[in-house]
Unconditional design. Structure first.
Length: 428
């Protein structure tokens, strides 16, 4: 049965009961290996002429249940569970790019992703071309014959200016490159594939899990990009792969559906690099998914209330949250964020970096951690932590000033959240 609503999808999609025991909860298949039925069965699995479990570095039944459920939630055809959100971002790019290639990314990025793109991938010979997303045409202007994809965050952490998905997706389709969207900060409230994105990236560590216990990531393939039509631009998918007896991925997996991108990521990158999600972590994320729509509702409602409170406080110079935006940014937010404005917000204190540090020190209920998306409320001062490795110019381009504080608003009672913020502001 196909489900349409996220509240139902997160509970029922992709798994009904264990075929052996009839267990309703997804079991933790804590195993490295799987018994082959015969030598022929084993050979077929390794040749990809038959699908099935080979080794947990590449696939696992617990991870598979998570993959199917998130693919259904996003409206995609397949997904791949990985060890972290950083691994998902890395695989998303390296599945299309090799040395000498480039891709175009929004400047509005999480600091760790910026560093990955600007430095680590550069060392591998892959160039990231950063562009300001306020003008979607900047993406078109940065393209050449070696450009393999566009990359952006739906609700950029920490800038929180909603990305123009529809406009950039139209450019991507016209010139033949896929748009990859990191939707970590906006699950349920945005489905990027509905707005034209081709690949979706998640750090499951954040809202999808919600409990702050496990690290993980996911890639979701929409199945809507025609890799063969633009064959010259994507040699990794359209030319013989020497590591798989000359398989041409856009051709070899056709009987399985439009899943060339996700299959190559699994059987090449995951096989060789080994950034696998553990079955236990997959189980944890499945538990988190079951309450995701309910939690996102509370995150969004509480964050909107906090934004209103902070915007009226005399120590606060500026509050950054979609609910307070106007003009084109607000129009875009209202069009794309259909179930709330998200649980993240930022604000700038009038007294700069020392005030930012002091505020963090005075919080009592909020946790001072580097994560976002927990059920608990979290706070951090990005200029001295998550974005401290960036240059001052790059920090400002990503939305981080010296006095900027990022809050991830949890699902506690709003009165308790506001009381903690009030006492911390009054104490600095």
């Amino acid at each position: 049965m196909t489900y349409q609503n996220p509240e139902t999808i997160v509970l029922h999609a992709g798994y009904r009961a264990d075929p052996t025991t009839a267990a309703v909860a997804v079991p933790i298949y804590q195993t490295t290996s799987y018994q082959f039925k015969s030598t022929e069965h084993a050979a077929n699995l390794f040749a990809l002429s038959e699908l099935g479990n080979i080794y947990t570095r590449i696939m696992n039944p617990t991870c598979d249940a998570l993959e199917q459920r998130v693919a259904a939630l996003e409206g995609g055809v397949a997904a791949l569970a990985l060890a972290s959100g950083q691994a998902a971002s890395t695989f998303a790019i390296l599945n299309l790019c090799q040395a000498g290639d480039n891709f175009v990314s929004s400047t509005d990025l999480y600091g760790g992703t910026w560093n990955l793109f600007a430095n680590t991938l550069k060392q591998l010979g892959v160039e990231c071309r950063f562009v300001d997303p306020s003008d979607p045409e900047n993406f078109r202007r940065a393209v050449d014959s070696r450009t393999r994809c566009f990359y952006a965050e739906t609700l950029p952490n920490p800038k929180l200016n909603l990305f123009p998905i529809k406009e950039v997706a139209a450019i991507a389709n016209a010139i033949g490159v896929p748009l990859i969207m990191d939707n970590t900060a906006a699950p349920v409230i945005c489905r990027p594939i509905e707005h034209g994105a081709h690949i979706v990236v998640y750090s499951t560590t954040k809202y999808l899990g919600g409990h702050g216990t496990s690290i993980g990531g996911l890639l979701v393939d929409s199945g809507k990009f025609d890799w063969e039509k633009w064959g010259d631009r994507f040699p990794l998918l359209n030319q013989p792969d020497p590591s798989y007896h000359g398989a041409v991925w856009s051709q070899a997996v056709k009987p399985l559906g439009p899943v060339a991108y996700i299959i190559r990521a699994r059987v090449i990158l995951l096989r060789d690099i080994g950034a696998s999600m553990s079955p236990f972590n997959a189980f944890q994320f499945i538990q988190g998914l079951e309450t995701l729509p309910l939690r996102m509702r509370a995150h969004c409602d509480n964050a909107t209330a906090v934004a209103k409170f902070l915007s009226a406080h005399p120590r606060v110079a500026k509050v950054i949250h979609p609910s307070l935006q106007d003009g084109e940014l607000r129009r875009r937010a209202d069009a794309i964020l259909t179930r709330g404005y998200g649980g993240l917000l930022g604000f700038e204190l009038k007294d700069g970096i020392e005030a930012g540090r002091a505020f963090i020190e005075k919080l009592k209920m909020f946790y001072h951690v580097a994560n976002i998306g927990d059920a608990r409320s979290l706070a951090i001062h990005p200029a001295t932590t998550t974005h401290s490795q960036l240059s001052a110019e790059s920090r400002l381009a990503s939305g981080v000033s010296d006095g900027y504080v990022r809050l991830s608003i949890g699902i506690e009672h709003i009165d308790d959240i506001l009381a903690d913020l009030k006492q911390a502001l009054e104490a600095i």
